[in-house]
Write a protein that binds this ligand. Structure first.
Ligand code: PEP
Ligand code: MN
Length: 333
């Protein structure tokens, strides 16, 4: 729509598109409204639409993804969680243990993380484990512990959902929802979280291309939830020294293709404590909107991912050491 076009003109276009059996998805920006249209291109009468009042331009989007494309919306999407503006010039720092293990563990880690200025805490209540006999997470009890301890420290929470049947419950307890790498193409789950309004952290599948990642995000947006944050967490390659291979070019590439924020998970990307700080610095230098790092009060005793979690002390050092990089890219934290 033209900048400043009145709402009723946009509403008229939406009505017209619906009449043509197309699916209009309006994106209300500060300056202008963009109406994305989903459906068969042959059903769209471009000339007719272009002549309607308030319309500036009608164009085809050639990428298979439309709502997440930068062609549809030029301004970056900013998602605010507990005062952290993810996608802005503020670096979003998310930290916490791999899994919720006990009230004492969560209380202890949150106390330390809040001293470091962390506003969003991560911890899994449902863990996607390769081995069915290893710790699967505390489930609903874990969600409760996460919520109660986070509230005591005025923290927002992010936790993973594995199953469509748990989406409602997880939404009740957590401020943000994580879709893990193993579920990036679980289309029922993507559609289900798309019907909520929660910010969704969508992690790249370990064998997924960037286009597949963006199409997975498209599933969520097309169901009506625009609050998606992408996450590069490394992909599987022939390299065995690191748990995964951190594909950092994804960050500037996604910035060219999409308006959605993208953060980096250097923990799962490397699987090695010593590599986390250098790769966090590199992620910030590459233009990432933030990072998510595993921190455990006593990593050696962790029930999952013991070898890659930082101690609160190591994490606080890392936060200090990031400062010059954050300043160099003209951002704040
Ligand atoms: C996690 O964040 O704990 C996790 C399981 O990550 P990923 O889905 O990236 O492997
Ligand atoms: Mn983990």
């Amino acid at each position: 729509m033209k900048p400043g076009a009145p709402q009723n003109e946009a509403a008229h276009i939406i009505q017209e598109l619906e009449k043509q059996k197309l699916k209009p998805v309006p994106l209300y920006g500060v300056e202008r409204t963009v109406i994305a249209v989903i459906g068969e291109e042959r059903d769209l009468n471009i000339g007719h639409l272009e002549a309607m009042p308030g319309v500036e331009k009608v164009m085809r989007v050639v990428e298979p993804y439309k709502l997440v494309s930068k062609n549809t919306k030029k301004e970056p999407t900013i998602i605010e969680v507990n005062g952290v503006k993810i996608g802005s010039s503020q670096i979003a720092a998310i930290a916490g243990p791999c899994a919720v293990e006990s009230e004492e563990q969560m209380e202890s880690v949150m106390k330390d993380l809040s001293k470091t200025g962390i506003k969003i805490v991560r911890a899994g209540a449902f863990k996607p484990r390769t081995d069915p006999y290893s710790f699967q997470g505390l489930g609903s009890q874990g969600l409760k512990i996460l919520r109660e301890t986070a509230d005591r420290h005025s923290m927002a929470t992010i936790t993973e959902v594995l199953d469509t049947r748990d989406v409602e419950m997880v939404c009740e307890f957590s401020d943000m929802i994580q879709i893990g790498a193993r579920n990036m193409q679980n289309f029922s789950l993507l559609k289900e979280v798309g019907t909520t309004k929660k910010p969704i952290l969508l992690k790249r599948g370990m064998g997924a291309t960037v286009e597949e990642l963006l199409l997975a995000a498209e599933y969520i947006l097309s169901k009506g939830n625009p609050n998606v944050i992408l996450c590069e967490r490394g992909i599987r390659t022939f390299e065995k020294e690191t748990r995964n291979t951190l594909a950092l070019a994804t960050v500037p590439l996604v910035k060219e293709l999409s308006h959605l924020p993208i953060i980096v998970d250097p923990t799962h990307a490397t699987g090695k404590r010593s590599l986390i700080e250098p790769m966090t610095k590199a992620a910030i230098a590459a233009g990432a909107d933030g990072f998510i790092i595993e921190v455990h009060p006593n990593p050696e005793a962790a029930l999952s991912d013991a070898q890659q979690q930082l101690t609160p002390q190591q994490f606080s050092e890392l936060m200090k050491n990031l400062q010059p990089i954050i300043a160099a890219v003209n951002k704040t934290i």
